[in-house]
Write a new protein. Structure first.
Length: 244
């Protein structure tokens, strides 16, 4: 346990070193802003009921999950990019580094979700009508926060696995950030019977994204866990056979 905590501390110190983390923080606010702008919200919020606006807020907040997926992969691909992962493995052992990065991915996924909600939410909350703002901040309206954090955590674990499997910064970025927004999001709108079984579609179901055809939260959670387990087994297979 002590070695795992030391590994976690090392991973988080490495993650927060430099300016790259500021880019991830910016993306956690920019991605939901992009989605909101695409939907014309909150510009059209005055034509909706307060409860509807709160639902839209949390639905848009779910788009932070792909950023958390990228952040989870970044824990691995950053070291691959700079060529320091071999040194980490030689120093601490492959399995110790493997476990520490997954625990760090879980922490990073939670942190990315909370940071994105604060950054993006803080930029739009004052654009909302007072009634909507009060309802959004009411304790009874914060239930979806847990779902967004859960989806982001699962996404970060999925991204960490992809980072181990691919170990290439740009390829992992495409898979974790660009494909969900450029391919899976349109599929959710046009072919939900397919998208709901894909990683991003399952995460959208976890947060009850208001799109027809997506899975209910519990089945979506199980599908997300299945994706994470399959990817985790693949990552373990790669690590055990790779000579760093």
């Amino acid at each position: 346990m002590n070695s795992l905590l030391c590994g976690l501390r090392s991973e988080l110190l490495r993650y927060f070193s430099g300016y790259s983390v500021l880019g991830i923080l910016a993306f956690s606010g920019l991605v939901p802003w992009f989605v909101a702008n695409f939907l014309g919200w909150p510009q059209n919020s005055d034509r909706l009921q307060a409860a509807d606006n709160v639902g839209i807020f949390w639905a848009i907040a779910a788009s932070i999950a792909p950023v958390a997926t990228f952040a989870g992969g970044y824990l691995v691909t950053r070291e691959s990019y700079y060529g320091t992962i071999r040194r980490s493995v030689v120093t601490s052992g492959a399995m110790s580094v493997f476990r520490a990065k997954y625990v760090a991915a879980l922490a990073v996924g939670i942190g990315t979700a909370l940071a994105g909600i604060v950054v993006w939410g803080g930029s739009v909350v004052f654009s909302l009508a007072p009634a909507t703002r009060e309802l959004l901040l009411a304790p009874g309206s914060l239930g979806p926060l847990g779902a967004v954090v859960l989806a982001s955590s699962l996404g970060a674990l999925w991204g960490c696995s992809l980072g181990w499997i691919i170990q290439h910064y740009y390829a992992t970025t495409i898979l974790t950030l660009l494909i969900p927004l450029a391919i899976e999001l349109p599929l959710m709108a046009n072919a939900p019977e397919v998208a709901r079984w894909l990683p991003s579609g399952a995460l959208a179901g976890v947060v009850s994204l208001p799109m027809e055809g997506l899975l209910e939260p519990v089945p979506a959670f199980l599908v997300s866990v299945a994706w994470a387990l399959v990817a985790g087994v693949g990552a373990l297979w790669v690590v055990r056979r790779k000579e760093f």
